[in-house]
Design a protein around this ligand. Structure first.
Ligand code: G3I
Length: 471
């Protein structure tokens, strides 16, 4: 759990961001704002100091291995089922669902105070036999039924779902991958997202893929264009997962932070979802450090998950790609990840987990500047708490222009089960139940404007996250 002490420390960091504004300066300010004694001694503790999670894939069959579950429990606070929630596992026969192994992992995670990433609702691979030879309308309906049933079963227990996995082709086309699902019509992905949203409105909905790390690659561009299109048409997508399986033939790209930032600027969270890097020693450690650094530099990179605990647990065990060796010892890569996490990073908006009653000052806090997608000025969104009641609280947002801007868009993201019951000073739209988008017109450099709202918190006092983009 986040302690009040942690909350205050992060609040201080964010206040410094408000003062300095730009990204490069913000990163420095945050680093300075975190005192030496704040260093986390585990991956999850260190990540939490930056408002992020650190997760691992878990195999149900290994949970009774004490070394394995001991490391997993100590180091990680986000859990992904490596295979147990996939289509072949959860619906082995059509309309006969089997959640036993998936439930085992979800229950272990929840009993140990961890969150869960759901993986994966719709995928061309690991389909059950009955689905593999289906096509057309019957396949489309079977896929949608699967999404609905599985997301409903886990409703309220999933932080984020990989709704669709690996739907783009490798190579230079930037096009969709051919598959039986793709042949049901190009809209199959958005149909899956809409079904998932209807089944579990509280879960973040992600598109997840591999080989999308290098900004200049056609596949990355293809996924980016799809996400941009989804956002422009109101398709319910909240996040993009970057699997991040690296090796010597597919090294960590030097433009990784650019990729993450450009996707985040579309108005989605980004998450590193299946990280592993083949290799050993300082070379492996440096690459891990680079990935963590890239995520920490992007405010909406909300967490990192490694794809397994020990090298011997990995799907690529011979490549020794993980943070613990086969005996469970911490590797050099572990230390570099921990140190990088402890060096601080751009805070995740809204992840101050602030219980408003415990903020001693009530002073405004601020989110880091989000650069606009194309040239011109940018804007900073600052959140300050207002009145509080047992069942609701007020929030105020100030939008400040950094340079001249012709328009701004603020996105207010609530946490489950919060709902906004009133808005003033702005015209709002609702692309999703807990996402409010507020737009405004031109502001001169240094000018600001503000709006406010009431949140029926349902017991969750977490401050909403606010981001701002300008054109
Ligand atoms: O459990 C059975 C075992 O009973 C049987 O004897 C054995 C014989 O082949 O198979 C075992 O199941 C294997 C399972 O892993 C558990 O080890 C499957 O064959 C094997 O296909 C499966 O591989 C998984 C792979 O996805 C399947 O596509 C890997 O564990 C898993 O790490 C991997 O994860 C994927 C992500 O879901 C998506 N991104 C890529 C990533 C790596 O491929």
């Amino acid at each position: 759990m986040t302690t009040p002490r942690h909350r205050h420390r992060r609040t201080d960091s964010r206040r410094m961001v408000a003062v300095v504004g730009g990204f490069a300066a913000a990163a420095i300010a945050v680093t300075l704002a975190i005192p030496a004694q704040a260093a986390g001694s585990t991956l999850q503790a260190a990540a939490k100091e930056t408002g992020r999670y650190f997760g691992t894939a878990i195999a149900a069959s290994r949970l009774n291995d004490g070394t394995y579950s001991g490391i997993a429990n100590r180091e990680f606070n986000m859990i992904t089922a490596e295979n147990e929630m996939k289509m072949d596992a959860t619906e082995p026969n059509q309309n006969q669902f089997n959640y036993s192994s998936g439930d085992q992992i979800v229950n272990w995670a929840r009993n140990n105070g961890k969150q869960v990433r759901g993986h994966a609702l719709a995928w061309h691979s690991q389909q059950p036999g009955w689905m593999q030879n289906m096509s057309g309308t019957s396949l489309r309906n079977a896929m949608l039924n699967h999404v609905t049933q599985v997301a409903t079963h886990y409703k309220g227990k999933i932080y984020a779902w990989d709704v669709v996995n690996e739907a783009f082709a490798d190579g230079s086309s930037g096009a969709r991958r051919d598959s039986n699902l793709q042949r049901t019509g190009n809209d199959w992905i958005e149909a899956a997202f809409r079904a998932a949203r209807a089944a579990d409105p509280g879960a973040k909905l992600c598109y997840n893929d591999y080989n999308t790390d290098n900004w200049s690659h056609a596949k990355t561009q293809g996924v980016y264009n799809m996400v941009r299109d989804f956002k422009s048409r109101g398709v319910p997508i909240d996040c993009v997962g970057f699997q991040a399986h690296f090796n010597s033939g597919n090294p960590v790209p030097s433009n990784y932070d650019t990729t993450l930032r450009n996707f985040a600027n579309l108005g989605v969270d980004v998450q590193i979802t299946e990280l592993d890097i083949e290799g050993s020693g300082s070379s492996q450690a440096q690459q891990y450090q680079g990935v963590v650094q890239a995520c920490l530099s992007v405010a909406r990179c909300t967490g990192i998950t490694v794809w397994g605990v020990r090298d011997s647990d990995s799907w690529r065990a011979s490549g020794t790609p993980l943070l613990f060796d086969g005996s469970g010892n911490k590797k050099q890569a572990y230390t570099s990840v921990l140190n990088q996490l402890n060096s601080g990073g751009t805070p995740v908006p809204g992840e101050t987990t602030g219980n408003p009653t415990q903020n001693p000052t009530g002073n405004p806090t601020s989110n880091p500047t989000t650069p606009p997608p194309t040239g011109g000025g940018s804007c900073t969104a600052s959140y300050s708490e207002g009145q509080k009641w047992n069942d609701r609280f007020n929030g105020n947002v100030t939008i400040r222009a950094n340079g001249n801007i012709s328009s701004w868009t603020a996105t207010v993201q609530l946490q489950n089960p919060q709902l906004i019951s009133a808005v003033w000073g702005a015209q709002a739209s609702w692309p999703a139940q807990r996402t409010m988008v507020v737009t405004g017109g031109a502001l001169g450099s240094g000018q600001s404007t503000s709006f406010g709202f009431t949140v029926n918190h349902g017991g969750n006092w977490t401050w909403p996250s606010i981001s701002c983009s300008a054109s």
